[in-house]
Design a protein around this ligand. Structure first.
Ligand SMILES: Nc1ncnc2c1ncn2[C@@H]1O[C@H](COP(=O)(O)OP(=O)(O)OP(=O)(O)O)[C@@H](O)[C@H]1O
Length: 246
């Protein structure tokens, strides 16, 4: 199993307060991770580092085989391999097609290839045929699915999803869960944050659980020792052992 992202000795501090302290964390290619933790545990901060949007105060991030350097042009190249879908994604005024096509066009995809990739992404989220709809006329759940389609169309190496299931009904949640669960098969590394243990269980994958900015066992809340962040799959509980669902 090849390494996709490795974090070493990460410390992130705001006004003198350490909000993230991760000695080692390794994410593998083609795996799915659910990122859990209470409000303020550091999930968004970690997601922002993984998206290469903000640097930690100290420590090292290795992306693929490259150490991330925060102040040179290579960052732009690396960022193109990561997509972050925000909890309340912004769709600009215009058609659904234009929204999904936007990032592809920036990457130089045009014509039939553009059309094919947009339609295939819309089909994946169950909204085939929605291309002509106005984005402002979508329901919240539909907008969430379009935002996911926009990310899927880019087919990046890493997909980061911030609470994609938080504001959708059960049917949409099931559909999105099935789509997300299928992504590692295509080689994508997925990290999805959630407050809801049931969502984490339904999606499966390995758990990255944070307690006050540190990696912890999702079952017990006990902080991990420094090398356990490399072995999350060993620590991730089997669903039935963790939660019972009605
Ligand atoms: N820009 C900032 N300036 C100062 N403190 C910040 C900043 N961003 C985050 N924090 C603090 O860092 C800690 C971690 O915040 P973060 O948003 O990463 O947590 P979270 O787990 O995503 O929380 P939530 O579930 O509420 O979204 C919190 O105590 C927060 O107040």
């Amino acid at each position: 199993m090849s390494e996709c992202i490795r974090l070493t000795n990460i410390r992130t501090t705001y006004t003198g307060r350490t909000v993230l302290a991760i000695d080692r964390l390794t994410l593998h290619s083609g795996r799915i991770y659910t990122l859990t933790g209470a409000n303020g545990a550091g999930k968004s901060t970690l997601l922002s580092h993984l998206a290469l949007l903000t640097p930690p105060t100290s420590g090292e991030i290795i992306f693929g085989d490259r150490t991330v350097s925060w102040n040179n042009g290579s960052l732009r190249h690396l960022r193109r391999q990561v997509t972050l879908v925000h909890q309340s994604p912004y769709l600009f005024t215009g058609s659904v097609f234009a929204n999904v096509a936007y990032g592809l066009k920036l990457r130089g995809v045009h014509g039939d290839e553009l059309k094919r990739r947009v339609e295939s992404a819309l089909n994946l989220v169950g909204l085939g045929g929605f291309g002509h709809r106005r984005s402002r006329e979508l329901s919240g759940g539909e907008a969430q699915r379009i935002a996911l389609a926009r990310a899927l169309a880019l087919n990046t190496r890493v997909l980061l999803l911030d609470e994609p299931l938080a504001n959708v009904d059960r049917t949409t949640s099931d559909l999105l869960t099935a789509v997300i669960a299928g992504l590692p098969g295509a080689g994508t590394t997925v990290v999805m944050t959630t407050h809801d243990p049931e969502h984490a269980e339904r999606l499966g994958g390995d758990r990255i659980h944070l307690v006050a900015g540190e990696l912890a066992n999702p079952l017990t809340g006990v902080k991990l020792s420094s090398n356990e962040g490399d072995e999350l799959c060993r620590l991730s509980p089997k669903p039935a052992a963790l939660f019972s669902i009605a």
